[in-house]
Write a protein that binds this ligand. Structure first.
Ligand SMILES: Cc1cc2nc3c(=O)[nH]c(=O)nc-3n(C[C@H](O)[C@H](O)[C@H](O)COP(=O)(O)O)c2cc1C
Length: 306
């Protein structure tokens, strides 16, 4: 695809996960849920695009309305609930030759009971792994009941072990990098336990963070916030906690894992702050909604300029 803004910003290249990223600014999961637009999104200047969350079975997600703007906070609240056409259908679209680096984020089908969650993730990992530059186990979305409970290490250990095995089987010739995406609402001790587990299991990295279920510190009127109802909050109100989580994880793991920092990043300065605090790569979502298609290349240029 012709480059609209140019994704290679010279000084911004990053070598990580065995891949050569043209720049460290990625599109976070949940925008291209069905792996339809990643090549066009890459042409806007994103250094990589994470598609999904994909689940083993197709599902409609929650009833609408399920996505709300809080303009005073430049924030969003969403309870999409993993609306997607299912991981089997996405395979054909991921097989197409493409230039953009594509991560594939997988989650649990809503109707599948928690005790069968591993099989659901494994089915998607086996299908999608061979076509993914990296795979992310998402255990941090607030909109699938019980999903975030999978972050407890006794649940996460067998889940990640099984997904790792499924990837090795499905892609014997190329080791597919495996990351886990976590919530900002974990207690600090849980973050440490998770970092230790990631090291123990030989994961390749951690993506921090998903949206928060907290609502404190907002500028929007309480009534407006309340009207949105349940869901994950994203954008600037998440920024401070996301940075804090990044710093804590980096301190715990040293330079042993890749850390992708996401949550509230709006400017090149903020992206650079993350990289200086230990992020290997960063991702954005909410700022892309508010700012539009020029943002990824502006951020990448801003990073390269330093
Ligand atoms: C509408 C919407 C849908 C999202 N869907 C997903 C998803 O399917 N899977 C996922 O891992 N994260 C999802 N996220 C979370 C984002 O990937 C990101 O972690 C979060 O929004 C914080 O980044 P931001 O402040 O730059 O938006 C979604 C976020 C939004 C706003």
């Amino acid at each position: 695809m012709r480059r609209v803004f140019g994704r290679d910003e010279g000084g911004a290249r990053v070598r990580a996960l065995g891949l050569d990223f043209p720049n460290p600014i990625g599109l976070a999961a949940g925008f291209d849920k069905d792996a339809i637009g990643y090549e066009a999104l890459g042409a806007l200047g994103f250094g990589f695009v994470e598609v999904g969350t994909l689940t083993a079975e197709p599902q409609p997600g929650n009833p609408m309305p399920r996505l709300f703007r809080l303009p005073k906070d430049r924030a969003l609240i969403n309870r999409m609930g993993f609306n997607n056409r299912g991981s089997a259908e996405a395979v054909a679209r991921l097989k197409r030759p493409h230039e953009t680096i594509v991560g594939v984020n997988i989650g649990k089908t809503k109707v599948v009971p928690e005790e069968e969650a591993i099989g659901d993730y494994v089915a998607s990992a086996g299908r999608l792994g061979p076509f993914a530059d990296y795979v992310v186990v998402n255990v941090s979305s607030p909109n699938t009941p019980g999903l975030r409970d999978l972050q407890a290490t006794d649940k996460l250990r067998p889940l990640l072990g099984a997904v790792r095995e499924a990837l090795n089987e499905a892609s014997p010739a190329r080791r597919v990098p495996l990351l886990v995406k976590i919530a900002p609402d974990l207690a600090d001790e849980d973050l440490d336990a998770l970092a230790d587990l990631a090291l123990e299991l030989g994961l390749d990295g951690i993506i921090a963070t998903n949206t928060t279920i907290r609502r404190d510190g907002l500028r929007s009127d309480a009534s407006e916030v309340e009207r949105c109802g349940a869901g994950g909050l994203s954008g600037p109100p998440l920024r401070e906690r996301s940075l804090e989580v990044l710093k804590r994880l980096r301190a715990r793991i040293g330079d042993r894992l890749v850390l992708i920092s996401v949550g509230g990043i709006e400017t090149a300065e903020q992206a650079r702050e993350r990289i200086e605090a230990g992020a290997t790569l960063v991702q954005i979502y909410t700022a892309f909604i508010y700012e539009g298609p020029g943002l990824p290349s502006r951020l990448a240029k801003g990073i390269a300029a330093k």
